[in-house]
Design a protein around this ligand. Sequence first.
Ligand code: UD1
Ligand code: UDP
Length: 362
Amino acid sequence: MPRAVKIAVVLGTRPEIIKLASVIRELGDQAEVVNTGQHYDADMSGVFLKQLGIPEPKCNLGIGGKTRGAQIARGLEVMETHFRASSPAAVIVQGDTNSTLAGALAANALGIQLVHVEAGLRSYDRAMPEEHNRVLVDHLSDFLAAGTSGNLTNLVREGIDASSVEVTGNTVVEAVHAALPDEASRHQALADLHLTPNRFVLATIHRPENTDDPDQLAATLTELAQLGIPVVFPVHPRTRAAIERHGLEALLEKFVTTKPLDYQSFLGLAAHAAVIVSDSGGVQEEVTVLKRPLVVVRRSTERPESLEHFASIVPPGPKVGEAARAAIEDGRLLDVLATIPSPFGDGRASQRIAERIRALVA
Ligand code: UD1
Ligand code: UDP
């Protein structure tokens, strides 16, 4: 039997691990994992690699904790060397992080076919590094897996050939299906934290726009602290550092704070939260699978599909409290959301992506 061609899969941050796990599973022995190490704490990386069954990486880069420029430059340099030696038939990158751009540039430097999973998202907010990363990666890619038809439209509008794009759905749908704990385990986890289903809030904040300015961060935390029901707050390392830097530790006393949670535990809580308040990208998609309301604390979003039924978008400050309270007090909202299908796909995106990649490298 001829040896199957290898496909390099570049990941490095928590959302990349989550959203590429099912693609790696579909590719089986063909997948060779490259870990950039952009996220490096055990609870941001190692726990996810283990829980989601990611095979041992062929290459570890250790770009975590560096500046944006250094992450991209070092990632590009090491991956170019690695790909030259390992000669993958294609390189897969996901999303819009510095790791994503570094992997894409390395593939491009060597003329290796580039696959972008989660292509075509646009916030049109040029203050976000992620917007630059995703635009650049889309324009370097040979196959673009778009999560929604809106993502395809964004790409075509920029002159990208529609024949290189497929609307596959977003792999987050199958990620949620695979990792959500069963109901009994979820209820036990809630009881362990003294939480009642539908009577608590789950909050995550990590974007520079929400953490770098002490007034903005304090305003959001103050609003959350006044909601009148428990707020579970798993704290991202960027946010933890910002809270310490700005001297805002006292505000945390009102929350059930935790370290970043493993994926199963996070989804288990999200599935029963009265409302989720977050600036996360992935959470905007997950709530549509879990059928929960979300308040997006951002000035722009690249995921307008969530805003149709599941989410509202507000800037940091008083509107956060207003929007969260409205969701908590709406007696019909959960029943309505339960009937609405996710706009992000049917849970077979990874299968479609793997099939298309096999055809690409055949
Ligand atoms: C990165 C991505 C962002 C994504 C997020 C997912 C870019 C430009 N940003 O943001 O799009 O939403 O990951 O969570 O690529 N840190 C630790 N331990 C860790 C990881 C980070 O202490 O395991 C610290 C770093 O040292 C740094 C800060 O957190 O000071 C930010 O990390 P970085 O990877 O630069 O960006 P994120 O904010 O995590
Ligand atoms: N997540 C998690 N534990 C947490 C917080 C988030 O497992 O404590 C998951 C969440 O379900 C989502 C992903 O991490 O799938 C999102 O990561 P993040 O918000 O850091 O990045 P983004 O999606 O904004 O790029």
